[in-house]
Design a protein around this ligand. Structure first.
Ligand SMILES: CCCCC/C=C\C/C=C\C/C=C\C/C=C\CCCC(=O)SCCNC(=O)CCNC(=O)[C@H](O)C(C)(C)COP(=O)(O)OP(=O)(O)OC[C@H]1O[C@@H](n2cnc3c(N)ncnc32)[C@H](O)[C@@H]1OP(=O)(O)O
Length: 155
């Protein structure tokens, strides 16, 4: 299964968090399950993504929630189109608002799993709820408002 970011137009694929064309970035990859209507991004932080030794830097976790949310929004808006989910391009969203709750320290080492759900959707705006798990333990919760990039912004 291809990931959401795979379907972004080239001009929208340079994001430091999730741009597939940014070799210096994290290149987060988000998978959308059209039946469960759930998104999933897995990422294994590098040893230097440290807050205090042994724990993941919160800014990285916020980035994960951020890009995971824009991808989830993108998939949710793609559902409104008549083209199949595995045919690009996907609509591209930017983040209007991002809330992150750090519930517990996130251990550095395990692969992190972000799971997203669509809380609200209109033609232009999607509200996404995300939970991030480390070794099956919920450590971070996020909520983001993402908005479809206005026409003419590039891509
Ligand atoms: C990086 C983007 C900025 C540069 C743009 C230039 C070119 C774009 C080209 C490429 C970009 C490609 C990819 C993006 C890359 C990575 C994405 C990763 C995620 C990010 O890292 S991305 C960076 C941080 N992001 C920004 O840099 C956004 C700056 N911002 C804006 O560009 C505007 O602010 C915008 C477009 C968001 C809205 O502008 P707008 O004119 O469309 O606003 P409008 O009022 O129509 O809002 C429509 C509905 O969103 C609701 N709404 C709006 N703002 C809200 C808020 N703060 N809280 C809660 N709800 C909010 C309203 O309530 C309404 O909701 P409703 O329809 O229900 O009434």
């Amino acid at each position: 299964m291809n990931y959401v970011q795979f379907y972004y137009p080239e001009g929208f694929a340079h994001c430091y968090g999730c741009g597939r064309l940014n070799p210096e970035g994290h290149q987060f990859k988000t998978y959308w399950d059209p039946e469960k209507r759930e998104s999933r991004t897995e990422f294994t932080p590098k040893p230097y993504h440290t807050a205090i030794p042994g724990f993941v830097y919160g800014g990285l976790l916020a980035s994960l929630v951020d890009c995971h949310s824009t991808a989830t929004g993108s998939a949710a808006l793609k559902e409104l189109e008549s083209t199949p989910w595995d045919q690009g391009p996907y609509p591209r969203c930017v983040t209007a608002s991002l809330e992150v709750q750090f519930l517990k320290p996130t251990p550095l080492g395990p692969t992190l799993v972000a799971v997203g759900r669509v809380l609200e959707r209109s033609e232009r705006k999607v509200v996404v709820g995300t939970e991030v798990y480390a070794d099956g333990v919920l450590t971070v919760k996020g909520k983001a408002v993402v908005v479809r990039i206005p026409e003419g912004w590039g891509g």
